[in-house]
Design a protein around this ligand. Structure first.
Ligand SMILES: Nc1ncnc2c1ncn2[C@@H]1O[C@H](COP(=O)(O)OP(=O)(O)OP(=O)(O)O)[C@@H](O)[C@H]1O
Length: 272
């Protein structure tokens, strides 16, 4: 086991997230408990665990949307509680179902992405530089949504919306991209399309550090390097995916006997 750094050890420039002995408590319950985790610039992490394990809570800490009850959290070198979160948040791209549901259905796909430059949800009187306009166009192209840029968001399929969300999360050129269950609710074709695009993102050296939350090992894109397994707010295992994704660890995480297979860069799990 690597030794944990002391709570007040300085954070290295390449460390994107440093969670140190963090506990989040609500109504007397620990949502996460004494958790330590570190993400470096060039790493692509998957956070895996059953319902209620604390994955979204951990992601909200990393997104600077929540403070720990105890312990310390550093994001992009800044300590939560000691930094102006309005300056920190634009440096973090976040795509979650909660944000996805807040998008105005009568806004165009292009504007849904573009308005992230001002951290607003709909276009009003803000003025955008041509460089913002072309960045939104390029991101929609990258996510395969170029042909649908002028469609209204409310008319998109679930899979198309997820891709627009990821384009929006990338609009501010974040140093960290957090994706909460990006493949949830997609059909098999939609999931495979998204996994392929996330694999492209993971392979791009210009991409930000990536953290993807999921319940399913089948949704892990090739190129993701590290895994954190959570159960009841505590870490079951963390480290390189090839070390972490074992039948034994997944069995301990999900509470049912599981076996894991790995082929062609993809993972699968089934009852042992
Ligand atoms: N404000 C709150 N007050 C009390 N309990 C909460 C609160 N928010 C979350 N919880 C509980 O904390 C636990 C962890 O929640 P969290 O949403 O982080 O889990 P998760 O792993 O993301 O789950 P899922 O996979 O179902 O989305 C859950 O049992 C949840 O009911």
């Amino acid at each position: 086991m690597p030794q944990e750094p002391p709570l007040d050890a300085p954070v290295d420039d390449d460390t994107v997230i440093a969670v140190r002995n963090a506990t989040v408590t609500r109504g007397g319950n620990h949502l996460i408990h004494n958790l330590s985790w570190q993400v470096e610039l060039d790493e692509r992490w998957v956070v895996l665990g059953p319902n209620g394990a604390g994955k979204t809570t951990l992601l909200n800490l990393a997104a600077a949307r929540l403070h720990p009850t105890r312990g310390r959290v550093y994001v992009l070198g800044e300590r939560l509680g000691r930094v102006d979160i309005n300056e920190l948040r634009p440096r973090i791209g976040l795509a979650t179902v909660a944000l996805h549901d807040r998008m105005p259905p009568d806004e165009t796909v292009h504007n849904i992405v573009l308005t992230a430059a001002w951290s607003v949800l709909g276009r009003f009187r803000e003025s955008y530089d041509p460089i913002d306009e072309s960045r939104a166009t390029a991101l929609l192209e990258q996510l395969g949504m170029g042909p649908l840029a002028s469609r209204l968001y409310g008319t998109l399929s679930e899979g198309e919306r997820k891709r627009v969300q990821i384009a929006r999360a990338l609009m501010t050129d974040p140093e960290l991209l957090l994706l909460d269950e990006p493949a949830a609710g997609l059909d098999l074709g939609g999931r495979e399309d998204l996994v392929r695009r996330l694999a492209e993102l993971a392979a791009d050296p210009d991409s930000p550090a990536l953290v993807l939350v999921t319940h399913h090992v089948e949704e892990i894109p090739p190129g993701f390097s590290h895994g954190l397994l959570l159960r009841d707010g505590e870490v079951v295992a963390q480290g390189l995916l090839r070390d972490v994704l074992t039948g034994e660890n997944l069995t301990a995480t999900f509470g049912v006997p599981l076996r894991v297979d790995h082929a062609d860069g993809r993972w699968s799990a089934r009852a042992a």
